[in-house]
Design a binder for this molecule. Structure first.
Ligand SMILES: O=C(C[C@H]1NCCC[C@H]1O)Cn1cnc2c(c1=O)CCCC2
Ligand SMILES: [Mg+2]
Length: 501
């Protein structure tokens, strides 16, 4: 097949599979849940990394690297931290033919690897704040159906881990990082997110406060956690007996944070912006922002072919000089039409067509990937127009995504309106009593009412149930006496619900 040949709205899962393969981002691997990140995808991860790495360093964080392995005795140091997650842990039990004395876990996250060293390094208040990050892979043997980028058994991420003398300082770090995550999504990936706090049921049990950025995928109507930033309180400090001599000469336990953003962010961007022709890349992370395509007609004389080639090369050189990521596709074994389709599937924001007429008139035809708009430009106007239009495309993608999300962001006050709104692919704000048993009840009833007697595979990554996404920091007005939408009890806050990945 030359084209994607399936519409995003008709079969979202198949559309996504076609987009990530035809754009040469992903290839499949023998082990379920493991994928190859090809250069077109890896380049996007590098752009995210480059921006985020510089920003966390501004916060005083330093990069480091800890071992991939953690002994069973250390990983299971505190039962309540690990109990819910145990099935996801991958173990090394042998080397060659011989069994290891003690099974060794492959890191699913690095708290238990790092914090024994934090204990060793943090002795005085002068050792604080300790702020480390590592860019690495992690392994979680997920049970649910895998989806490239969104849910894989190995993924790339950064995990930040800090220790502070006061709660206030730790909470500032939690929020400073959460604001960086919002910028990664909104300013790099052009995807709007809602910041908030996870409910008691959804928060990381090892921490005290879990904050999150929640994205909405218009095509599937599902929401997805974009990244998390936790205030761990003193829990891990107590668990790992981290203590230091404070200014008054007494013993104190530091206040810690941990925070992570993963390659899932790339999947969110693909789903948010892709269309029926394939990927649509935000210019700020596009591996190539412009592709120059010479239109070489066979009838052209040799010198005209050469003239056209050098004209296209000059335009390419001018763009490179302006730090624009440009590619000249002068392959003579593909037609211009084939190339248009190919680079559209790869989501390149701008195409510049350069034909014999353009050579004569000193022009080039600029075609926008997001809107399809075609504009003929004078060669000397190409660079500054391209720079301007790339910014326009970035803003346009964000605006389109935000409009789509806002159209589906609804308020519901009564239970009877809740499941119908889910069926309409909405993400739903409700007044809520914010008690775990009522959260469980909503999960159960929303699945039951949506399935209406049908069953649901436990492995499904696309459950019919609604779950809480977050308690948005930006709370709508809640007049006293407002009733919880499901329990009828006094509502204590507005909560965001949705079907999610
Ligand atoms: O990983 C975290 C907390 C924290 N880890 C560091 C980055 C930020 C944040 O994700 C929670 N968590 C999730 N998943 C798992 C574990 C786990 O602790 C441990 C066992 C395997 C699966
Ligand atoms: Mg998990």
């Amino acid at each position: 097949l030359l084209g994607i040949d399936v519409s995003k709205k008709d079969n979202f899962a198949l559309w996504y599979t076609r987009v990530i393969t035809y754009s040469e981002m992903i290839d499949y691997y023998d082990i379920s849940g493991c994928y190859i990140l090809r250069p077109w995808a890896y380049s996007i991860w590098e752009s995210i990394q480059r921006w985020l790495d510089a920003e966390i360093k501004e916060l005083g964080v330093e990069n480091s690297y800890f071992p991939l392995f953690v002994p069973k005795s250390v990983l299971e140091r505190e039962k309540d931290h690990i109990e819910g997650f145990a099935p996801e842990v991958a173990w090394v039990t042998k080397s060659g033919d011989s069994d290891l004395a003690e099974p060794i876990a492959i890191r699913p996250t690095s708290e238990t690897i790092m914090y024994p060293l934090f204990k060793k390094w943090i002795r005085s208040h002068r050792d604080l704040p300790l702020s480390l990050n590592q860019w690495s892979n992690v392994v979680r043997w997920e049970f649910k159906d895998p989806t490239p980028f969104l849910r894989s058994r190995e993924f790339l991420w950064q995990e930040g881990h800090t220790a502070h003398a006061t709660f206030e300082e730790s909470q500032k770090m939690v929020m400073d990082v959460l604001n960086l995550y919002k910028k990664v999504y909104e300013e790099l990936l052009a995807v709007p997110v809602i910041q908030g706090r996870k409910t008691e049921m959804e928060r990381f049990p090892g921490g005290d406060i879990t904050t999150t950025v929640e994205a909405y995928i218009h095509g599937s109507g599902r929401s997805v956690q974009g990244a998390t930033s936790h205030n761990l309180g003193q829990n891990f400090g107590k668990m790992f007996e981290i203590q230091y001599e404070d200014k008054a000469g007494g013993h104190a336990v530091p206040w810690q944070t941990s925070w992570g953003l993963t390659t899932r962010s790339i999947g969110v961007m693909i789903m948010a912006h892709g269309d029926d022709k394939g990927l649509v890349l935000p210019p700020r992370v596009a591996p190539k922002q412009v592709v120059v395509i010479p239109i070489v007609k066979a009838s052209l004389s040799a010198e005209n072919k050469a003239a056209l080639q050098s004209y296209a090369e000059r335009i390419t050189t001018d763009l490179k000089a302006a730090k624009i990521r440009v590619h000249l596709d002068h392959r003579d074994n593909y037609t211009p039409g084939w190339k248009y389709n190919h680079w559209e599937q790869k989501g390149v924001p701008l195409r510049l067509e350069v034909g014999p007429m353009d050579l004569d008139k000193g022009t080039a035809r600029m075609v926008r990937r997001d809107s399809g708009l075609k504009v003929d430009l004078a060669a000397e106007a190409v660079v500054h127009t391209v720079l301007h239009v790339l910014e326009e495309i970035q803003a346009n993608l964000f605006a389109k995504c935000k409009a789509e999300r806002d159209k589906k962001l609804v308020k519901v006050w009564e239970w009877r309106d809740f499941v119908p709104a889910l069926e309409e692919k909405c993400v739903i704000l409700t007044p809520f009593v914010n008690e775990t048993e009522w959260e469980e009840e909503v999960k159960r009833r929303s699945r039951e009412e949506a399935l209406a007697g049908e069953s649901e595979d436990a492995r499904t990554a696309t459950s019919a149930a609604a779950k809480t996404l977050c308690i948005p920091f930006d709370q709508p007005d809640l007049p006293p006496g407002t009733k919880c939408f499901v329990s009828g009890k006094e509502a204590t806050c507005w909560v965001l619900w949705g079907r999610s990945y």
